[in-house]
Design a binder for this molecule. Sequence first.
Ligand SMILES: NC(=O)C1=CN([C@@H]2O[C@H](COP(=O)(O)OP(=O)(O)OC[C@H]3O[C@@H](n4cnc5c(N)ncnc54)[C@H](OP(=O)(O)O)[C@@H]3O)[C@@H](O)[C@H]2O)C=CC1
Ligand SMILES: Nc1nc(=O)c2c([nH]1)NC[C@@H]1CN(c3ccc(C(=O)N[C@@H](CCC(=O)O)C(=O)O)cc3)C=[N+]21
Ligand SMILES: [Mg+2]
Length: 293
Amino acid sequence: MSATIINGKEIVGSVREQIKAEVGALKENGIQPGLAVVLVGDDPASAVYVRNKAKSCDEVGIYSEVYRLPAETPQDELLELIGKLNADPKINGILVQLPLPKHIDEDTVIDAINVNKDVDCFHPINVGNLMIGKNSFLPCTPAGVIEVLKRTGTEIAGKHAVVIGRSNIVGKPMAMLLLRENATVTVCHSRTANMEEVAKQADILVVAIGRGKMINRNYVKPGAVVIDVGMNRMPDGKLAGDVDFDDVLEVAGAVTPVPGCVGPMTITMLLQNTLEAARRANAGQTSAQHASH
Ligand SMILES: NC(=O)C1=CN([C@@H]2O[C@H](COP(=O)(O)OP(=O)(O)OC[C@H]3O[C@@H](n4cnc5c(N)ncnc54)[C@H](OP(=O)(O)O)[C@@H]3O)[C@@H](O)[C@H]2O)C=CC1
Ligand SMILES: Nc1nc(=O)c2c([nH]1)NC[C@@H]1CN(c3ccc(C(=O)N[C@@H](CCC(=O)O)C(=O)O)cc3)C=[N+]21
Ligand SMILES: [Mg+2]
């Protein structure tokens, strides 16, 4: 038996078509959503993601600005740029590419981003709103995974979902979104005992650990849907996920490919959030106003 390879390109394409149409409709009312992406330092992987983000904005008609700052940029200068972007009406979304150089405190930087422009959903207020189920931006990678599950017709409610990884960017918000969809959720991490046994209980297995090809068939229940968030540059120079794709393909029900699914889906959700931010800015409906009452 061989698993279905989830067609990421097709899903990404159809969500982006929808976003493009909605951006087009806003433009007819004289509104163009705008995204600012800030990259500090010259990490080559980050440079690729930032280029992809700008290109994807163009494709759907979102205005974008990219700021490339040298690695030694003082924290104050970065905060000053964020202050300017916070006040700029052309900019609806601000994304500061992580990780930042060591001399910069990531929490301080994230705190400085206007809550209503935090299209990553990394600001503590937006993270809090997510926890209590209030309307806020959805974190891009986890929201992209939910969209993939829904568009492949995967039932989530009542199913056992196991998330491997507990980072603030992926694992934790992923668990929260699956819970919102009424899955029974287990989160694994580096201190989890008997991880193969735990993972094998999953109907839906989401893997975000940053260990190239670590998750093989021993972690997978026959027929499970396996979502690979990992992005690793292997010693041979090739890109691979955290899942041993060829091995898992033989037992799983469906598997996402890397590259070609969760990565581009993450960018798609970023576009969606930027569109949503522009809508809210123009409706005068901001979560900061809600939060201040
Ligand atoms: N496609 C996309 O859009 C995105 C892809 N990524 C990719 O996803 C992967 C994860 O990213 P991120 O969450 O930021 O990574 P982090 O390094 O921040 O977190 C990794 C998590 O995995 C856990 N972990 C590490 N090794 C093991 C192990 N051997 N067994 C069990 N758990 C383990 C860690 O546990 P502990 O907490 O105990 O240390 C931690 O919770 C990376 O490959 C990254 O490149 C990330 C963001 C977006
Ligand atoms: N503030 C912030 N927000 C993020 O969302 C964020 C971040 N920082 N730091 C890094 C991670 C990683 N990430 C990816 C986005 C797209 C692809 C992507 O498009 N991947 C392509 C391949 C790209 C390639 O060829 O290298 C694919 O999987 O098909 C991957 C990874 C967002 N992240
Ligand atoms: Mg730092």
